[in-house]
Design a protein around this ligand. Structure first.
Ligand code: GFB
Length: 357
């Protein structure tokens, strides 16, 4: 259990705007009013389980919960609790009975990892979310936030992507198994809510980056990969940095502390149903991203594009108006976020494998 000393701020129920999108999946302002928790269950003592606390998102949620004065946090290492083991998860939740669960545990990775370890990505994500959501319901736990990913939306759907575009078209092939698992997680939350009256909420973050990211050149996402490549190219006095694909796909990047803030905001708002996109509302091409990273890192060379590598989906900009309507929006600019991520990379730089890309 993690102890902190300060007190959490008073929980605020956000004012709700009436311009939320009306559809069958995303609650309208009226239905949101009725789905806001009437039971004021938050206090410094609220017992909160963060599944996946060693990952980038889970660790950011723990940091922010602590900073806000929540001191009754439960975290478990993989050795202490195997989330892929149904009886362990059921026993743990039945005994601990946390008031709130952040389901941030997942098998994640960049385009190459998703495309290569397809079986691992679908199996591990399905089993973790199924175990936790079903065990939470069985233990009578009614508050949970499930973290998905923006890759759940159809590859070629209109931009920016609204929540109701879910399941309206085929998925991007490079991450289809992962996306299917995350869609299943959303449907688990929705189905338990509908059949059993639980209050499980889903959030769909755009591409995240920040402290505790993975910098392995094959497994990581683009932003940490480019930070590492630019840093090493600078140190080795290289003339060029290799970027996968054509550089033309567009991506939206959210600093992970902003994501943690959005998750805790939803918990404190008392929202008990729905699917919420979380992003910045702005995207850049991979070429523009590489240029910004080079600028922050101070690498002066040129860019080379390895078009034997896949581009993935051409664009996935999230429509973030439902979170804005609730009263939340991101704070960190891309330039500032990359500067913070690079500073963290320099401080905690792991010993890298000299892998080739
Ligand atoms: O971040 P990323 O691996 O994943 O790649 P996705 C984004 C884009 O950056 C792709 C290009 O067009 C890559 O080809 N890219 C350029 C690079 N250089 C690099 C590099 O050195 N490393 C990497 N990794 N990419 C993932 C999904 O999709 O996004 C997941 O596979 C998840 O399921 C995650 O949804 C958020 O944005 O394409």
């Amino acid at each position: 259990m993690i102890q902190t000393s300060s007190s959490p701020k008073e929980t605020q129920h956000s004012s709700l705007s009436t311009d939320l999108i009306a559809d069958c999946r995303l609650p309208t302002a009226d239905s949101l009013s009725s789905s806001l928790s009437t039971q004021h269950f938050l206090s410094p003592h609220t017992k909160i389980f963060i599944a996946g606390h060693r990952g980038m998102v889970g660790s950011a949620i723990v940091r922010l919960l602590q900073a806000k004065g929540y001191h009754n946090l439960i975290v478990k290492t993989r050795e202490e609790l195997d989330l892929t083991n149904q009886s362990e998860v059921h026993g743990f939740l039945a005994e601990e009975k946390p008031d709130y669960i952040f389901l941030a545990a997942a098998r994640v990775g960049g385009i190459h990892a998703n495309n290569t370890f397809r079986a691992d990505f679908i199996y591990e994500n399905l089993i973790i979310e199924t175990n936790i959501i079903h065990a939470a319901w069985k233990a009578g736990l009614n508050r949970l936030l499930f973290l998905g990913s923006s890759c759940i939306y159809p590859r070629d759907c209109p931009q920016p992507i609204r929540e109701e575009y879910l399941l309206t078209g085929p998925l991007e092939q490079t991450n289809e198994p992962y996306a299917i698992a995350k869609i299943a997680g959303i449907k688990l939350c929705e189905s338990y809510n509908r059949q059993y009256g639980t209050g499980y909420v889903s959030v769909m973050p755009t591409n995240l980056y920040g402290p505790n990211d993975t910098y392995d050149l094959l497994e990581s996402h683009v932003l940490p990969a480019l930070i590492r490549k630019a840093h090493e190219a600078k140190l080795q006095g290289e003339k060029s940095l290799t970027v996968w694909g054509t550089g033309t796909p567009k991506r939206e990047f959210l600093y992970v502390d902003d994501m943690a803030e959005a998750c805790i905001f939803l918990m404190e708002s008392g929202v008990t149903e729905g699917l919420f996109n979380v992003g910045t509302g702005c995207d850049v091409t991979i070429r523009e991203l590489a240029e910004t990273v080079m600028d922050v890192v101070g690498f002066k060379g040129t860019l080379t594009f390895d078009t034997s590598r896949p581009d993935g989906t051409p664009r996935k900009l999230l429509d973030v108006s439902s979170m804005k309507a609730l009263g939340w929006q991101s704070k960190t600019t891309l330039q500032n976020g990359i500067a913070k991520a690079y500073a963290d990379f320099l401080t905690h730089k792991p010993t890298f494998q000299p892998n080739q890309t």
